[in-house]
Design a protein around this ligand. Structure first.
Ligand SMILES: [Zn+2]
Ligand SMILES: [Zn+2]
Length: 176
């Protein structure tokens, strides 16, 4: 039951559009301060507009939403709040059996649940590399400390073995 309640805020009844002629449309404005899209995606806020248009193949949605989403810094794993743009440009096929595999459909009841699409587009809007700041120092590979919060006490003998050999040679020279 919890699932249903959670998704209900992004369910729209486009039944009258399905019954309407080609080109019938409806503009929808969203303005949620905070909305849970799925277990793993929470958007706050979610704002914007989209247009639903009846086409010969179903209902075509087109519009732009804005939000922020939480992601993990690639280097230090801190939570980063990212502004994202969600570009909607999708056809919901109707009748459902005409849809190619994997495409969204709108059933006879005219109910369209936007949550799966918004979830997908939100996750796609997160870049491959996310940084909490330009000069993020990351975490220590040895102790795991977030180096943005200060140095750790690890001592690294991080000199390349070939360079270490060179250093020995140089030290020998100094002694002679
Ligand atoms: Zn970071
Ligand atoms: Zn360390």
């Amino acid at each position: 039951m919890k699932e249903k309640q959670r998704l209900s805020r992004l369910r729209f009844n486009f039944g009258h559009l399905l019954e309407g002629g080609l080109g019938a449309r409806r503009d929808v404005e969203l303005d949620y301060p905070d909305i849970e899209i799925s277990e793993d995606v929470n958007l706050s806020p979610l704002k914007g507009k989209f247009r639903a248009t009846r086409t010969s193949r179903g209902i075509y949605l087109n519009g732009k939403l804005e939000s922020t989403i939480e992601a993990e810094c690639t280097r230090c794993l801190d939570t980063v709040t990212l502004p994202i743009e969600i570009q909607i440009d999708d056809l919901y096929y109707h009748p459902a059996h005409t849809a190619p595999p994997g495409e969204f459909v709108i059933n006879e009841d005219g109910i369209l649940d936007l949550a799966p699409l918004i979830r997908e587009l939100s996750l796609l809007a997160i870049p491959m590399q996310v940084y909490c700041r330009d000069a993020c120092k990351g975490i220590c590979v040895q102790c795991g400390k977030n180096l943005n919060e200060g140095e750790c006490d690890c001592v690294f003998d991080d000199i390349d073995p070939r360079l270490a050999a060179l250093r020995v040679l140089l030290e020998d020279q100094d002694e002679s």
